[in-house]
Design a protein around this ligand. Structure first.
Ligand code: ADP
Ligand code: ADP
Ligand code: MG
Length: 665
């Protein structure tokens, strides 16, 4: 076994690998960019090497720098995690040339599966069932169009080098094909540096079912059952589970054997995943093989009781697979939810900022949290905005679902917008709870999943008000302690005001509405009147931002986190957001959004979609910005005229930069 390995990755997967290595007595080397100098994976590793600037292109993606870091630290092997260089055959070659082991498959297997087109050709030969479509070399647009017509619409255009749900376009009818092809190729070039595409029949109401395979260098190859990853948004996985609901023993064996055949056809070694698209009747087609550890591998670990990173390390060190096929057993049910810093109600727009509050549910045998960040860390615009993976296990799916519901309710995050509320609705949604799964579930259930924003409930408003009052008291006490005369009446915050009645107003903003809480001091209690209704309240500040609150004859535990004028209220498993409306603070009413024509985050202008001087309707697309690995379309805030664009296509823009000079009608 190795004495020391280097992890060529960051975030939760780097931390995940370090954890197993440490348990096995292997020393670890982290690598990091300038933006990650203080990141959790750097803090966890035995040593760490700086690679370069924040941009992955100049740090995590530079193979030479990683080879160099291995030489400097004496690391004998590299674990690539997922993403970054994990499926880069050139990187595997570079390591081999320097006598460093790659904890992954041989470069030849990565190459064979690296192109979805080439992989399909190979799989066809190995008699693995394929999604009907065109995966030839001729890339003439007219020919591709003809092939699409022949397959019959809807079709899916896919970048052969694509991944992560990017570089895919659904085409519903023939006349839409040319535009979709152009846009797909544009994204493919910018994201993967290769615009080769394939075309597939678009399967309606399919399920995504994948098989975990593992092979060693001695010729053994097994499958560790399946994962169902049907719950997706924009072809990206959101919730995964194992086993797949409704899977029969016979179908599991068929898919498992097809996956092992796929792995054997390319001389596979290590952990891999063969992805299938399945019809509701259970018939299935090969989609692609991912030649690395998957994000969702923990659900497989939970149902098999195995540590897949340990398996990877053993195989890379030349040892045989720890278990044979007939020794592998499947037990219970596991679910994984990806906790992201993103705004589900704004098209899943990534959110960046400091994790002022990050309090995950308690871990146990049933609840696991894989994360790369801790409270006070930052979600930066440079990398994937995943905060953590929340994994739960129980004997049956229903019990696992209940655990997931509870764990999501206990998850507290403030400082960035997260998808936690969205995930809570997802697991509560009858279609998901009833295992009526297909890749269109989120779209189909959107009414339930994206409800119109609701007013913050009265209890949360009362808690927020009590929070302000307790906070003032706390600050007054702190001030008194440090001033000369702790008993001076000037430090009291009991509502006593010279020439003023003992009543005051505390204001909040909930979206567009102003909420005024009238507070009257009554002994050690407060009479709080909101919307004409009065509640007698009392509160006690516990440690940090936690409060015990009494509202009339009820007692609640709550937490309020304040960042500038923002207030996040955690109450009964829900999070509510308010703004403190402080007349003493000069807060620009409505904010300075500038009509939405500013960059929502740092990124690159990909395309200008209008001409200067052009008159456009409200909502017309003006410009495409690529940021955080996604394309965002900037649209006209109103009917009007495009005066000028501030940047040309290809230029980088900073967060908040004005993009378009626009004149409304
Ligand atoms: P990526 O490399 O981005 O993971 P995949 O080929 O694995 O690309 O496809 C990602 C997702 O897109 C699948 O999980 C599935 O939801 C959807 N998808 C892919 N191919 C098809 C298809 N032929 N018909 C319908 N949906 C598909
Ligand atoms: P303590 O002084 O008890 O050590 P800490 O400094 O650990 O408290 O925690 C203070 C927390 O209280 C911060 O996280 C802050 O967000 C929160 N807080 C809650 N309500 C308010 C408020 N109205 N004004 C300022 N901070 C608040
Ligand atoms: Mg895939």
């Amino acid at each position: 076994m190795f004495n020391k390995i280097l992890i060529a990755n960051r975030g939760e997967i780097a931390c995940r690998v370090i954890k197993t290595a440490r348990r096995m007595g292997i020393r670890t080397v982290a690598v990091y960019s300038e933006a990650d100098a203080n990141a959790r994976h750097v803090r966890m590793a035995d040593e760490a090497v700086l690679l370069g600037p924040a941009a992955a292109r100049e740090s995590y993606l530079v193979a030479d720098k990683i080879v160099d870091a291995c030489k400097r630290t004496g690391a004998q092997a590299v674990h690539p995690g997922y993403g970054f260089l994990s499926e880069n055959a050139g990187f595997a070659d570079a390591l081999a040339a320097n006598g460093i082991a790659f904890i992954g498959p041989p470069a030849s297997a990565i190459r064979a599966m690296g192109s979805k087109s080439e992989a399909k050709k190979l799989m066809g030969k190995a008699a693995v069932p394929l999604t009907p479509g065109y995966h030839g070399d001729d890339q003439t647009p007219a020919l591709l169009h003809k092939e699409a017509d022949a397959i019959g619409y809807p079709v899916l255009i896919k970048a052969a080098a694509g991944g992560g749900g990017k570089g895919m376009r659904l085409v519903e009818k023939s006349e839409d094909f040319p535009d979709a092809l152009a846009s797909c190729k544009r994204e493919a070039i910018s994201s993967f540096g290769d615009d080769h595409v394939l075309i597939e029949k678009y399967i309606t109401k399919p399920r995504h079912i994948e098989i975990q395979v593992f092979a060693d260098t001695l010729g053994n190859c097994v499958y560790l059952f399946e994962r169902d990853c049907s719950v997706q948004r924009r072809h990206q996985k959101v919730l995964e589970e194992a086993p797949a609901p409704g899977m029969t023993l016979e179908r599991r064996r068929q898919m498992g054997e097809a996956a092992v055949a796929a792995a054997k056809a390319v001389g596979y070694v290590g952990a891999g995943t063969v992805e299938f698209i399945a019809n509701q009747d259970g018939s299935f087609y090969f989609m692609e093989m991912n030649t690395r550890l998957q994000v969702e591998h923990p659900v497989t670990e939970m149902i098999t009781g195995q540590d897949l990173v340990e398996w990877q390390l053993r195989v890379a060190a030349g040892q045989p697979l720890p278990l044979a096929q007939e020794q592998l057993q499947l037990r219970g049910h596991a679910l994984e939810a990806r906790i992201y810093a993103e705004d589900a109600n704004k098209g899943f727009l990534p959110s960046t900022g400091r994790l002022v509050r990050l309090s995950p549910p308690a871990e146990s045998l049933n609840v696991r949290v894989d994360t790369g960040v801790e409270e006070a860390d930052e979600i930066t615009p440079f990398y994937d905005p995943m905060i953590a993976k929340l994994i739960v296990w129980d004997e049956h799916r229903d019990a696992a679902l209940a655990r997931m519901r509870k764990a999501l309710a206990d998850y507290q995050v403030a400082g960035v917008t997260t998808n936690i509320d969205f995930l809570s609705r997802l697991v509560a949604c009858p279609a998901f709870a009833g295992a009526d799964l297909d890749t269109g579930l989120i779209e189909r259930q959107k009414e339930f999943l994206f409800p119109a924003t609701q007013a913050v409930p009265r209890d949360a408003l009362l808690v927020a008000t009590v929070g302000e009052l307790l906070w003032e008291q706390h600050e007054a006490k702190q001030a008194a302690k440090t001033s000369g005369d702790p008993h001076s009446p000037w430090h009291a915050r009991d509502g006593w005001r010279m020439n003023l009645s003992a009543a005051r107003m505390i204001g909040f903003r909930d979206g567009d509405s102003l909420i005024e809480a009238l507070v009257r001091y009554q002994g050690d209690k407060w009479q709080i009147t909101i919307n004409g209704q009065t509640t007698l309240a009392r509160g006690k500040k516990l440690e940090g931002d936690r409060f015990a609150v009494e509202l009339d004859d009820r007692r609640l535990m709550a937490s309020v986190v304040a960042v500038d004028e923002k207030r996040s209220i955690f109450l009964n498993g829900s999070t509510y957001s308010l703004l403190r409306d402080d007349p003493l603070h000069l807060v620009e009413a409505g904010g300075a959004q500038g009509g939405g024509l500013t960059a929502p985050m740092p990124g690159k202008v990909v395309a200008l979609l209008a001409q200067p001087g052009q008159k456009v309707d409200k909502g017309a697309p003006l410009l495409i910005l690529e940021a955080m690995k996604m394309e965002h379309t900037i649209t006209a805030p109103a009917a009007g005229t495009v005066k000028a664009f501030c940047y040309a296509a290809g230029e980088q823009v900073a967060d908040g930069a004005a993009l378009v000079e626009f004149e409304g009608e």
